[in-house]
Design a binder for this molecule. Sequence first.
Ligand code: ATP
Ligand code: MN
Length: 463
Amino acid sequence: MQRLSVAQARKEESIGKEALIQGWVRTRRDSKGGFSFLEINDGSCLNNVQVIADQNLSNYESDIKKLGTGACVGVVGTVEKSPAKGQATEVRAQSITVYGVSDPETYPIQKKGATFEFLRTIAHLRPRTNTFGAIARVRNCVCKSIHDFFQEQGFLYIHPPIITASDCEGAGQMFKVTTLDLEKPPRQGPSIDFTKDFFGRPAFLTVSGQLEAETLACAMGKVYTFGPTFRAENSNTARHLAEFWMVEPEMAFYDLEDNMTLAEAFIKRIITDALTRCEEDMKFFTERIDKEILSRLEGILKSEFLRLSYTEAVDVLQKSGQTFEFPVSWGADLQSEHERFLTEVHFKKPVILFNYPRTIKPFYMRVNDDGKTVRAMDVLVPGVGEIIGGSQREERLEVLEERMKETGLDPKGYWWYLDLRRYGTVPHSGFGLGLERTILFLTGMANIRDVIPFPRTPGSAEF
Ligand code: ATP
Ligand code: MN
């Protein structure tokens, strides 16, 4: 017997086929005419397939008439043309196997009106809702675009370590990895003796694979990483997770301009693919989540990102007449409210800010000739704010060593990173795109906890 996914069974070309369709019951409706309608979903698409279960089925009274939302079934039947509107096909059941019942009294997902907050408390069941099914499919689509985009351009997919000894961002927001007994750690004087730890030194979960990616870019040319990243920042915002996925391309011989051009093409490719490959889901987000999503994304595809220096941005913000919670002054980091003002109110399009003050950016960014700014770039998009952070990297050994000392890092611990500048140094650039922020941007969802199946945030790791 041929198996058909719900997505396949909904297609006109399946009419006439006899098939097995397996999935979960979304609703059951009993008709007076002696049959029932079952709406079945299997995650293959947003919509359900309608199954007609006749009373002559051997288990009609015993099983079918008791099926509740969430039950799991296998239907053998014929795909027919549907007289109902909104669906090309329906399935007339010859037999239905019930794999798992679901008690409608206790099933946690009731019909309508469950809030996203509530659904977070049942993260194991929320993929069965329309919204979370659509998010899972769009997320998958973006991951495919990421690989397609880079593979088509000859980038190599590489794998930096997840456990690392170096703090890439130098921000001290790292989770420690240890096998020491926390009750009785070995000591050397007053401090803990990490030479007795698993790796013989303190180790952490990576905050970025960039430094390691640079080593491969300095041999292979164009590379990218795509994996989980961990930050112990205690920021309970709708845009931060303690565990998130990041894509980090790193390119030898690219300057900051090349980097910006690549970032813009990359984002546009992700949008194009989502609009064409997930048409039904994207329409759903426009209807249910944010009615401007489709027009906004289509508008972004048609125009160029604006490129603006940090200094010019500060000027725009100061002259805006807007009152911000955090005042704007040259040298201070821009806050989310400033980023969103620029993209949503002032320019109404994605903005790439570049040349940030040296003092607010990490050591590895290339220092400009003015000595005050570094070749950093952040891509800001409407609805989210920063989605990409990147830079041209400092390729000059002495300047890099100087910058490390300035930011309180010991160059000795980064000897291997400095070797890249010692032996055949090369101008190079790269950036990091946050996967979850990209999904927020595409779907119009408001909270980052809702675009990853199992969000990790301060105080929360239940599932
Ligand atoms: P922010 O200022 O918003 O905290 P950041 O400057 O720390 O971001 P980068 O270190 O440049 O971010 O990281 C690159 C990208 O990774 C960001 O542009 C964003 O898309 C994503 N990102 C960073 N931190 C987080 C986080 N805690 N949760 C989810 N995504 C994140
Ligand atoms: Mn951050």
